[in-house]
Ligand binder design. Structure first.
Ligand code: FAD
Length: 339
């Protein structure tokens, strides 16, 4: 087992760059370390926080327990299975580097998810998605260590209960599970997924009549670089709010008063609204509260303007939520995990 470190700084381990410390900190490369932790009476009883790349977390306090930093590396092509190519990666692999690696192997399927920060092990947690593809679309199975039983379990897509930015791991039944590795099923015969209008337009404008997976990946990267702040330069956790889903009736009422309302009909008849548009309309784009601000190019992204605390970001988020609720009667739910 790696050495347990104490009073360990987490500032550089979260993309918001919020100062926080862990009372205990352990690098985890595999199931053996988790089994050893479980067997240690002093450590087993402590609260745990599983940490990947810290790109979907907001620290509002120090962690009075043990941080399990997932650092296991390794990736391999497993072979063909029912018309798909199975590819497995360890939880600590950097997500974007893994996507690039699959593309370099000549395998398409993950290109729409290019440039998302974080680790492979975290991708199933909120069913990471972008530009018309979600983790569940390319997921085969994962291995997870159950801190409750000490067993290593294999979960298929049904067991993961994927939904929009959600999975079993965010609920009581899945909270004891630590993802060790993830296996993806990539298409043996690839065709581009250009359902997302902005991506389709960008591919067309680039004159890519028959785009390759790499072409699509590069196009996604270019769009993201234009719109989103680089966490290396300005602290943030990507989209700060989920896109709210409302009933058809609620949406129809809003359209009477706000004819430009951005909305997308869902298969179940509900309507998904664009959280960024709602925030922008409330006049928040580019504004700040203390050292926390709303990114001028994308109202859905809250940023650390330099030296912000987690509480300052929360204060800004609450003010935005209150304005959107007052104007549209819509509750905005934060996407990052508040610690
Ligand atoms: C600039 C930017 C852009 C982004 N764009 C997108 C986007 O387009 N789409 C999108 O969906 N997200 C996006 N995100 C959010 C984020 O990148 C993803 O949610 C990513 O999967 C988080 O990975 P991570 O390793 O950093 O997880 P962390 O932030 O470390 O953890 C997130 C949650 O997952 C849990 N967790 C992490 N690893 C494991 C594991 N191995 N086992 C069990 N639980 C685990 C943590 O306990 C925590 O609850 C963006 C973030 C940034 C900063």
């Amino acid at each position: 087992m790696h050495a347990i470190l104490h009073d360990h700084p987490l500032d550089s381990l979260n993309t918001f760059r919020i100062p926080a410390r862990a009372r205990h900190y352990l690098r985890v490369d595999g199931a053996e370390q988790l089994a050893a932790l479980r067997a240690d009476p002093g450590l087993a009883a402590l609260p745990r926080l599983v940490l990947g790349g810290g790109s979907n977390m907001l620290f509002t306090r120090d962690v009075d327990g043990v941080v399990l930093h997932m650092t296991g590396l390794g990736k391999e092509v497993l072979g063909e299975h029912e018309g798909k190519i199975l590819v497995r990666a360890q939880a600590g692999e950097n997500w974007h580097a893994f996507v690039q690696w699959t593309l370099a192997q000549g395998l398409g399927g993950l290109e729409n998810l290019s440039l998302i920060p974080g680790t492979v092990g975290a991708a199933p947690i909120q069913n990471v998605g972008a530009y018309g593809t979600e983790t569940r679309d390319v997921f085969h199975c994962l291995s997870a260590f159950d801190m409750a039983s000490g067993e290593v379990l294999t979960l298929d897509a049904a067991a993961c209960r994927f939904a929009y930015r959600d999975s079993v791991f965010k609920h009581a039944e899945g909270r004891a599970l630590v993802v060790l590795d993830v296996t993806f099923a990539l298409p043996a015969t690839w065709s581009p997924n250009l359902r997302y209008a902005e991506l389709a337009r960008a591919v067309e404008e680039a004159g890519l009549a028959a785009p390759t997976p790499q072409d699509v990946g590069r196009t996604v990267e270019a769009i993201r670089r234009r719109k989103l702040p680089d966490p290396q330069e300005i602290g943030n956790a990507g989209s700060f709010f989920k896109n709210p889903v409302v009933s058809q009736e609620h949406c129809a009422r809003l359209l009477v008063e706000f004819p430009n309302l951005v909305h997308h009909a869902q298969a179940d008849g509900s309507e998904k609204l664009a959280a960024g548009w709602l925030i922008d309309q409330c006049g928040w784009k580019g504004r700040s509260l203390g050292r926390a601000g709303v990114y001028p190019k994308q109202a859905l992204v809250l940023v650390n303007l330099g030296g912000a605390t987690g509480d300052e970001v929360v204060r800004l988020a609450r003010a935005i939520q209150a304005d959107v609720k007052a104007r549209y009667g819509v509750e905005l739910e934060p996407e990052p995990v508040f610690i």
